[in-house]
Design a protein around this ligand. Sequence first.
Ligand code: PMP
Length: 402
Amino acid sequence: MSFCAGIQAGPPIEVFALTQAFTTDTFDKKVNLGVGAYRTEESKPWVLPVVRKIEQLMAADQSLNKEYLPVLGLAAFSQAATKMLLGDDSPALADGRAVGIQTLSGTGALRVAGEFLARTCGRTTIYSSEPTWENHRLVMLNAGFQEYKSYRYWDPATRSLDLKGMLEDLRAAPERSVIILHACAHNPTGVDPTPDQWKQIAEVIREKNLFPLFDSAYQGFASGDLDKDAFAVRSFVKDGFELVCCQSFAKNFGLYNERVGNLTVVTSSKEVLANALSQITLLIRGMYSNPPQHGARVVATALNDPTLYQEWRVCIKTMADRIISMRAGLKERLIKLGTPGNWDHITNQIGMFSYTGLNVEQVEYLRNEYHIYMLKSGRINMCGLTNANLDYVAGAINDAVN
Ligand code: PMP
């Protein structure tokens, strides 16, 4: 009898199961709108030219070696990542009360932040939006939170932010709860609060003594502008909040499988930060000891060299612009076809994803009749669209809705 004989199979992970089903589909017009990664106009993954260039420089650099990094990672990377998030003129950086820690991509940053808040700081309850990136729940329960709860976020009727519901739920949250906030390009809805709405959210968080945990997986990738996409985090820091922010470099550098992430911790004083860092060092030492170098060095090189930095900014603009143009193309076609409903949300939403408002039956219909794959929630990845398949997808959506 096997040692794991009594174990039942776990549920499939929807996004991976979808990709598997798409791959085995032999229909020539099939379209995958389910993936969580950038695709070019040719439906191919894209290694950013600036990344290729830096990797070639690194391969030729005999001074680089494969020694262990420190537990908290490559300082040249984490410092640059934190500066990119908080801005060059950040008061928290100037005061020495903000620091970055290299992590295993955004997920790893979330896990380290979660363990620190739950196990070290004794926080018991964490909230994320409904809906949210589906992995928040698993990461945070595994990190040691006793309770994972949701606050309202999406209003299906208006296909926009349910601010009233969100504020009510935050007001009702127990004091000291941790609140996950998407820094920009909310996944899966593509709906972000406006600056004024962020202000109202911040007021409730302060008033109810809640703790903000930002998840920043799309900085620069969302609008093409790094500063614009960091607005929410920077305004909280400016208002004097202590916070943590989990950064992913998967999307904005196209470094998905290199697992490059950063956890930025902002505290009220330099003194408490030192103690926090020593505890985080122990958490990481006991979890994976230290992070890998390659991807972090690629990012550090790009962020710390003015010429390469400009080349990278061109790349993120290319990706953001392609997504924005696919949004416009889809909306235009649906309107032209007279598809019932209002499709303004397609262009109002931000980032890689759009929450189409299609229901489960329509999603299934699109898959069965047209071989168009998307998550059950109706979330689509705009990069799955190309000029070559826009007409096909718009026609199919029109048929599914009618
Ligand atoms: N947070 C959000 C909101 C995301 O969308 C993602 C990626 N899908 C992540 C975190 C983590 O991504 P990664 O671990 O690949 O950096």
